[in-house]
Design a protein around this ligand. Structure first.
Ligand SMILES: Cc1cc2nc3c(=O)[nH]c(=O)nc-3n(C[C@H](O)[C@H](O)[C@H](O)COP(=O)(O)OP(=O)(O)OC[C@H]3O[C@@H](n4cnc5c(N)ncnc54)[C@H](O)[C@@H]3O)c2cc1C
Length: 384
């Protein structure tokens, strides 16, 4: 085993880091930190991400994607500002779902612009009454002749307010055993009426997290995709791999918090000497770096297991649960090392801390992740 990056990995990581530092970070710094970025800005960023070849990393090159393995993609995602990385994952995960289960005409109608970053996609599954229990969706699909009609409410949907096309999970009756059948419907926002409201939240405030209301939203039947009951399968297609990616998004900020702390303790003096020369400060720094590196390695390990085709549901859940928590603690310790400055809005550490906390909810809450891991360890599901 070799922990050294290959030449290709070095190149991909440094190209992404350069775009993040020279283009994305200065661009988003021009906008208020407490408000969702305008769609026009997100489109500029998506075009850059397309040039890096990361808008459809999980699609093969023949299908127009990046053909990346998950470990490489994880290293790339880690270089992006978390608020942008989360938007990218929502977009590219939806692209994977469209690619995997759509008729050719739909793929041709949507994938080229989505892959080019000219349009933005998202997936809407969660509802007020269907969160962790993601199969319990009630948003109803009724088919009448050439059209389907969607009625219901989705919540906490990343990218909804800036998207052009939304992959929506809908209830469409039950099978012969009374089990709910969930279907996927592609809603094209240029053709269908949907009400979208941003939800004010504690972190990732330049991002887009919305409630979506469908009131007999009309869609052509050609946009009702796949077989009745297959929505869950296509959702989980991306979730497993998303989890370590979300962990790495928090590692991005935890690493930054570590660097800020090293810098601060080597310039600020108290009790006649630099903070960094006090034993307890060194212990805090040691704890921060331990958390950053262990979180990063666990996420890389989970992604590498996927690339090797190993069963990785438990590993991936473990990686996200550990990394998001470790990063949050690392940033919290960095705030502590900065004293009053740590809680100032000016420095940005408190914002990073709130952002890291946000990642403990999507694609599996901490409790759900523990139970996915536990199911793998025991062979027993403890969900119901
Ligand atoms: C930043 C962000 C982005 C998101 N993006 C999207 C998106 O793009 N698309 C989308 O569809 N959704 C998205 N979501 C929604 C997210 O997937 C849900 O919020 C998540 O699945 C949890 O659902 P919930 O909020 O209803 O919590 P609940 O399911 O109500 O859980 C509440 C608490 O109960 C615990 N709990 C639940 N069930 C059990 C159980 N069986 N045993 C023990 N404890 C349990 C949970 O661990 C949690 O602590 C996003 C959420 C966030 C915060």
């Amino acid at each position: 085993m070799d922990f050294k990056l290959t030449e290709d990995q070095e190149m991909m990581v440094s190209a992404t880091r350069r775009v993040a530092k020279e283009f994305i970070e200065p661009l988003i710094a021009q906008y208020p930190v407490t408000e969702p970025l305008p769609k026009s800005v997100m489109l500029q960023i998506f075009e850059q991400l397309a040039e890096l070849g990361i808008t459809a990393p999980r699609l093969s090159v023949e299908d127009g994607g990046g053909g990346l393995n998950m470990l490489d993609f994880g290293m790339i995602v880690e270089q992006l500002p978390p608020v942008i990385a989360l938007s990218l994952i929502s977009h590219e995960g939806t692209i994977s779902r469209i690619n995997a289960g759509c008729p050719e005409e739909i793929r041709q109608a949507y994938l080229p612009d989505l892959i080019a970053g000219k349009k933005i996609a998202c997936t809407a599954n969660t509802e007020p009454e269907a969160g962790s229990d993601s199969n319990a969706v009630k948003t109803k699909l009724e088919i009448e002749g050439e059209y389907g009609y969607i009625t219901g409410r989705k919540i906490w949907i990343t990218n909804a307010s800036i998207c052009d096309v939304m992959n929506v999970s809908c209830y469409s009756g039950t099978d012969e055993n009374g089990r709910p059948l969930t279907r996927r419907v592609l809603v094209d926002l240029s053709q269908s009426d949907v009400e979208i409201r941003e939800i004010p939240v504690s972190g990732l405030q330049q991002g887009h997290l919305s409630e979506v209301v469908f009131e007999r939203t009309k869609v052509p039947v050609s946009h009702i995709i796949g077989e009745p009951g297959d929505a869950g399968k296509y959702l989980t297609l991306a979730w497993n791999a998303n989890r370590p990616l979300l962990g790495l998004m928090t590692v991005h900020d935890a690493q930054k918090a570590l660097e800020m702390s090293r810098e601060y303790v080597s310039t600020r003096k108290q009790f006649g000497k630099l903070l960094g020369a006090h034993q307890l400060v060194q212990q805090d720094l040691s704890d921060i770096e331990t958390q950053v590196i262990s979180a990063r390695l666990m996420c890389y390990y989970a992604l590498s297991c996927m690339d090797q085709g190993l069963r990785s549901n438990g590993t991936s859940a473990m990686a996200k649960r550990y990394a998001t928590h470790a990063s949050e603690r690392a940033i919290n310790l960095a705030m502590q090392l900065h004293g009053g400055m740590g809680i100032s809005q000016e420095l940005g550490l408190e914002r990073m801390w709130r952002d890291a906390r946000m990642f403990q909810v999507p694609d599996g809450t901490m409790g759900i992740l523990a139970m996915i891991h536990g199911r793998e360890l025991t062979g027993m599901a403890a969900f119901r």
